[in-house]
Design a binder for this molecule. Structure first.
Ligand SMILES: Cc1cc2nc3c(=O)[nH]c(=O)nc-3n(C[C@H](O)[C@H](O)[C@H](O)COP(=O)(O)OP(=O)(O)OC[C@H]3O[C@@H](n4cnc5c(N)ncnc54)[C@H](O)[C@@H]3O)c2cc1C
Ligand SMILES: NC(=O)c1ccc[n+]([C@@H]2O[C@H](COP(=O)([O-])OP(=O)(O)OC[C@H]3O[C@@H](n4cnc5c(N)ncnc54)[C@H](OP(=O)(O)O)[C@@H]3O)[C@@H](O)[C@H]2O)c1
Ligand code: HEM
Length: 467
């Protein structure tokens, strides 16, 4: 290796903290010479943390920066000024990678821009802030994990991209240093897309819990011994099927709205857009609830709990000459129990399939048509099988109870929304409706008028009603 090549493989890391050490270790594993710069090199013993760092040179910050063309700044941003400002001169033309994160989001400034203002002659690059020290520390990890890169210097961005690639990551160039605001904000997020779906699930679960308490403990007098499985199973499965309906309802409403608008180019209202975008989260929450329902139901299925699912029989033991002893018994399942279980099992298998396709490794291997087939067609089949599962359980009881008592049944109430979605889908499947929606989704607009322009050419314009 000649001298020039050797220097370009030399990378500095300022800071002996958790991330600084992890970066140095990863660099060593990737064939680079890492040099760590510390305020107190004499007091730090790197090998005590990790023996892979035994051969890493530990020096002062000044020497580290002087020896390297590329330097990671693994410090908290509040220490940039006191630790680095006195060294402004030696940072001239050094590619200085800021990896820091902030506690609260800001779209006005970023740590990287602060660093650039403190070190005006340095070439500041924002990168590596979205990975964690544990990922950096584990050489096997990385793979498809993205490293976002922002800097005002194109050559520096390229150099850091190559470095990220050598370290086993996938670089993504975000352009100018102002993008660092987004990169830092991204790390301050805490599952924002889950907030609404979780809230909706909690509200629905709360409503079903209240109705279960009313039905099981006020109308009927259930034993409190059955609270944790038998009783809790009911709000869990009814919440799940309600969520399932809420997942497939907005796709139908979107189609009806597009038919009303007569175009696909008019944006949906904000609430509708948010609803469409939260279907994945609602789906995964539904999956978790059904998993609990299946496990609970498997524990519970027995003639003692679901008498109406099993054949009745009675064993008669002639006890003595004066009277017989009758022992009522339940034996194998009747058609209702078996059919309801089969429909439930098929629905559950389809649900597992849907959940599997949300895994990036699976979804990446599917083309758009395959993904739509599983999520939309099989998803709708799953909704129908789930409705069938409940319908088979419910219908015999509905017929015995009659109207209006049927309105109090869990099976009836929990089917109102799924049945509405099935009905909407059936309307959308009608050939004339399907053709019309497809036409709109391919770009056709109802209110398109042919306008003749001054030049004599024909111009197609979309006009709102009344224009
Ligand atoms: C376990 C599980 C996991 C799931 N994972 C995911 C997931 O990873 N990602 C996901 O998106 N859903 C996920 N879902 C939700 C659901 O399965 C899919 O959203 C499914 O595609 C919905 O099918 P659909 O036919 O109702 O609507 P769509 O497939 O969306 O189709 C309806 C039509 O509406 C129109 N449309 C839809 N959205 C818009 C929009 N924003 N703007 C304009 N037009 C629009 C399209 O033209 C489309 O043809 C999951 C569900 C479950 C149960
Ligand atoms: N930890 C992670 O998983 C992770 C992930 C992504 C980004 N980051 C970012 O990386 C940066 C470092 O994080 P970290 O977890 O490594 O922090 P840390 O463990 O607290 O280490 C910070 C290091 O900064 C050095 N330092 C320099 N000047 C300092 C000063 N004035 N006061 C205190 N320390 C000073 C210290 O090393 P010396 O004493 O040797 O000088 C210290 O070990 C942060 O900005 C963080 O946001 C961390
Ligand atoms: C996606 C799959 C499933 C959905 C959406 C679902 C949904 C429901 C709903 C809403 C009910 C209440 C019906 C009523 O009140 O009568 C119910 C009841 C029941 N389900 Fe499921 N279910 C599913 C899968 C399964 C599976 C796989 C099993 C196990 C074999 C199962 C077993 C039961 C049992 C035993 C009941 C009766 C509960 C009771 O009355 O307390 N379900 N299910």
């Amino acid at each position: 290796m000649d001298m020039e090549q050797h220097i370009s493989r030399r990378i500095g890391v300022i800071g002996t903290g958790t991330y600084g050490r992890a970066l140095a270790k990863r660099l060593v594993h990737s064939g680079y010479d890492a040099i760590i710069g510390s305020r107190k090199p004499a007091c730090r013993i790197l090998s005590e943390y990790d023996e892979c760092l035994c051969d890493v040179q530990l020096t002062t910050i000044t020497e580290c920066v002087t020896l390297c063309e590329v330097v990671f700044v693994a410090l908290h941003s509040e220490h940039f000024a006191d630790t680095l400002s006195p060294l402004t001169e030696i940072f001239t033309d050094k590619i200085t990678i800021d990896v820091s994160n902030r506690d609260s989001p800001s779209n006005k400034t970023s740590n990287a821009e602060l660093l650039q203002s403190l070190l005006p002659t340095a070439i500041v690059v924002k990168a590596f802030n979205t990975t964690s020290a544990s990922v950096m520390d584990n050489y096997i990890a990385g793979g498809r994990r993205k490293i976002f890169i922002a800097s005002n210097d194109v050559i520096a961005r390229d150099r850091v991209s190559n470095l990220a690639r050598d370290m086993g990551f996938g670089p993504v160039d975000l352009g100018e240093l102002t993008s660092s605001r987004r990169m830092e904000t991204y790390v301050t997020r805490l599952f924002p897309e889950w907030k609404m779906p979780v809230l909706v699930t909690c509200v629905i679960f709360g409503i079903w819990c209240l109705y279960t308490i009313y039905d099981y403990y006020i109308v009927y007098t259930y034993s409190y011994d059955q609270l944790f499985l038998t009783v809790l199973n009911m709000p869990i499965c009814t919440t799940a099927i309600t969520l399932m309906a809420l997942i497939y309802m907005p796709g139908c409403l979107a189609a009806f709205m597009q038919m009303t608008y007569g175009t696909k180019h008019k944006p949906f209202p904000k609430w509708m857009d948010a609803w469409l975008k939260s279907r994945k989260q609602l789906g995964l929450l539904c999956f978790i609830l059904i998993l609990a329902h299946v496990l609970m139901s498997i524990m519970l299925i027995s003639p003692a709990n679901y008498g109406s699912w099993f054949h009745s029989t009675a064993i008669t033991i002639p006890a003595n000459l004066t009277h017989d002893l009758h022992l009522p018994m339940k034996t194998v399942m009747i058609w209702k129990g078996e059919a309801a279980s089969l429909a439930g099992i098929v629905a559950f298998i389809l649900l597992c399939l849907l959940a599997t396709t949300t895994l990036p490794s699976v979804s990446d291997s599917l083309n758009w048509r395959e993904w739509r087939f599983i999520q939309s067609s099989l998803g709708f089949t799953m909704l129908c099988m789930s409705a069938g599962h409940v319908l088979i359980m419910g219908i015999p009881g509905w017929m015995d109870a009659g109207f209006p008592k049927v309105l109090t049944f869990f099976s009836f109430l929990s089917l109102i929304l799924p049945a509405s979605v099935v009905l909407m889908k059936l309307i959308l499947f009608l050939p004339c409706v399907d053709r019309y929606v497809s036409k709109i989704r391919k770009g056709w607009e109802r209110n398109t008028r042919r306008l003749h322009t001054n030049t004599g050419s024909t111009d197609e314009r979309h006009c709102e009603d009344g224009m």
